[in-house]
Design a protein around this ligand. Structure first.
Ligand code: AP5
Length: 211
């Protein structure tokens, strides 16, 4: 299965990706996580991406498309992959069309007002990238990652003014990607407001997998 997760920043893509990965036994490729790792390691890609990400802008297509192509060519993607955060522009979607025959574009439909609230309470693990919310999806021990025991932090691009900029970029540049897949009959929409467990159930029903 080759699928992409589409939706506004904070729509819940990363939160649900883990469950889909386990159910389908295929890896998740998160371009946001790959870029944050590159920044943490100080690679050329990280240096090039840092300024765009801190402003809430998209990293140029040419940097991202090469990265995704390389990841999709790796042996662990032989049975498919879940792309989280790619494609985010129509040129990225067209580049992906050249590489794989996509099965599903899963779109998380969440209004902007809900997004702003979610981002304000998000906490992330700098080591394993697990995502929590202080009220809606808290870790078992406050401030500590359930998966690896690391101290949780706040993403720099979750600052309120950057979140508004990311939402604007999403409406301008990423919403047309939705229409790209709708026209191909590949778009599956899941209503993304509700408890994490409810969204999980909706996804399971939409994809016909175990919740
Ligand atoms: P990226 O890391 O991809 O960020 P994003 O798409 O903006 O997505 P997020 O990770 O913010 O949100 P999410 O949908 O995964 O939500 P989450 O599950 O965490 O990209 C970051 C940057 O990298 C971009 O701005 C860009 O600069 C660059 N970039 C990346 N890919 C690129 C590309 N292809 N091209 C160019 N540039 C690229 O949930 C959010 C919060 O809500 C959490 O706290 C969570 O616990 C909570 N939550 C989740 N579900 C629920 C629920 N049902 N109810 C209540 N709370 C919930």
């Amino acid at each position: 299965m080759k699928m992409i997760l589409l939706g506004a920043p904070g729509a819940g893509k990363g939160t649900q990706a883990d469950f889909i990965k386990t159910a389908l036994q295929i890896p998740v490729i998160s371009t946001g996580n790959l870029l944050r790792e590159a920044i943490a390691q100080g690679t050329e890609l990280g240096k090039a991406a840092q300024d765009y990400m801190s402003r809430g802008a998209l990293v140029p297509d040419e940097l991202i498309i090469g990265l995704v192509k390389e990841k999709l060519a790796s042996p662990d993607c032989a049975k498919g992959a879940i792309l989280d955060g790619f494609p985010r522009t129509v040129p990225q979607a067209e580049a992906l069309d050249e590489i794989v025959d996509l099965d599903v574009a899963l779109y998380f439909n969440v209004p902007d007002a809900v997004i702003v609230d979610r981002m304000a309470g998000r906490r992330t693990c700098p080591t394993c990238s697990a995502t929590y919310h202080i009220e809606n999806n808290p870790p078992a021990t406050e401030g500590i990652c359930d998966k690896c025991g690391e101290t949780l932090g706040i993403r720099r691009d979750d600052a309120p003014e950057v979140v508004l900029q990311r939402l604007q970029v999403y409406h301008d540049q990423t919403e047309p990607v939705m229409h790209h897949y709708a026209a191909k009959g590949k778009l599956v929409t899941v209503e993304g407001v509700g408890a994490v467990s409810e969204i999980r159930q909706r996804i399971a029903e939409a994809l016909k997998i175990e919740a």
